[in-house]
Design a protein around this ligand. Structure first.
Ligand code: CP
Length: 325
């Protein structure tokens, strides 16, 4: 079988062409059908993936590990304390070694200002594909699973539909901004009109905003930014409310947490859902902070598609590995 994407790194969707993203989505749907029909699909028999997690994960860890098993291979669940990176071995040397021993390296490292650099350093020296399982800037695997879910829910008719990527309140800690970054980048490319909503302190990175604007211009979609959650929800077909930190505005984490406390009313509740299109879907990458980001009535309600969205993380992770490894 010809594998034109074999060996490709996947660090941001921006570095894959439209037809490559389409191939990824088509393969995801194909593997989903095979999973449901219990058809064999051991496309990575005897292959090894090294997964490196700097942070906790439920969906990403299990989609990649279960995915490798279902594809006939094996995934090593690694954390820094299991590796000599904790004693200062460089990203580059780690890449040289692991890429000699297996067929792919996947990494989650959300350390602000470091995660994406670490992944790119590994990719520079790895002879095998390096897959971004979330960094400080991007969560491309989440965005691809989300696009698959939106297409499924709207029977592939997504052009001109409005997606709201909205900041929400969530207490305690500063969450990464990689999900909103990847959502605005991918959805603006694939037919959706994007409305980004956030309080003034929760801006995204200017260079990523510029890329999203360029994507929208090129693909004939709309991209707007508002600071009012109610206005954003008006007429939306997809609502994607989640919390993120304001490290672009305030790099000090303790000070950043204080800004969150100013906006407890930024929650996705039934009143706000009523402002959206009657057939709107509610999405969240999970884990969701119930009672802060979203009410139980919404996340457990009829418009919520979060479990389908989570399941699609499996099918898209398998497609990504099958195409690149
Ligand atoms: N959405 C997501 O990436 O979930 P995990 O942090 O559990 O992997």
């Amino acid at each position: 079988m010809s594998k034109p994407m074999q060996g490709r790194h996947f660090i941001t969707t921006q570095e894959w062409a439209d037809h490559e993203i389409e191939m990824l989505l088509e393969t995801s749907s194909d593997l989903k059908r095979k999973f449901y029909r219990d058809e064999p699909h051991a496309l990575l028999r005897d292959k090894t993936l090294f997964m490196m997690f700097y942070e906790q994960s439920t969906r990403t860890r299990n989609s990649f590990e279960a995915g490798m098993t279902q594809l006939g291979g094996h995934a090593h669940d690694l954390t820094p304390d299991k590796l000599q990176v904790s004693h200062g071995e460089t990203a580059e040397d780690t890449a040289r070694v692991l890429s000699r021993m297996g067929h792919g390296i996947s990494i989650r490292n959300c350390n602000w200002g470091q995660g994406n650099k670490f992944i790119r350093s590994v990719a520079e020296m790895s002879t095998k594909p390096v897959l971004n399982m979330q960094c400080d800037l991007y969560h491309p695997c989440q965005a691809v699973a989300d696009l698959m879910t939106i297409r499924e829910k709207f029977m592939n008719e997504v052009r001109g539909r409005k997606i709201v990527v909205s900041w929400t309140y969530a207490p305690s800690y500063v969450r990464p901004i990689s999900v909103p970054h990847s959502e605005i980048l991918l959805m603006s490319r694939f037919g959706l009109d994007v409305t980004l909503a956030h309080p003034p302190e929760f801006k995204l990175k200017p260079e990523i905003m510029a890329q999203a604007e360029a994507n929208a211009k090129k693909s004939g979609t709309k991209f707007e930014v508002v600071d009012d959650m109610d206005a954003a929800f008006e007429g939306a077909h997809v609502v994607y409310p989640k919390s993120w930190g304001c490290l672009v505005h305030e790099p000090d984490r303790e000070a950043a947490v204080q800004h969150i406390e100013k906006y407890p009313d930024w929650i996705c509740n039934e009143e706000r859902m009523a402002l959206a299109d009657p057939n709107a879907i509610y999405m969240h990458p999970l884990p969701a902070s119930r009672g802060a980001e979203v009410t139980d009535a919404v996340i457990d309600g009829p418009q919520s598609v979060v479990w389908d969205e989570a399941e699609n993380r499996l099918h898209t992770a398998k497609a990504l590995m099958a195409l690149t490894m």
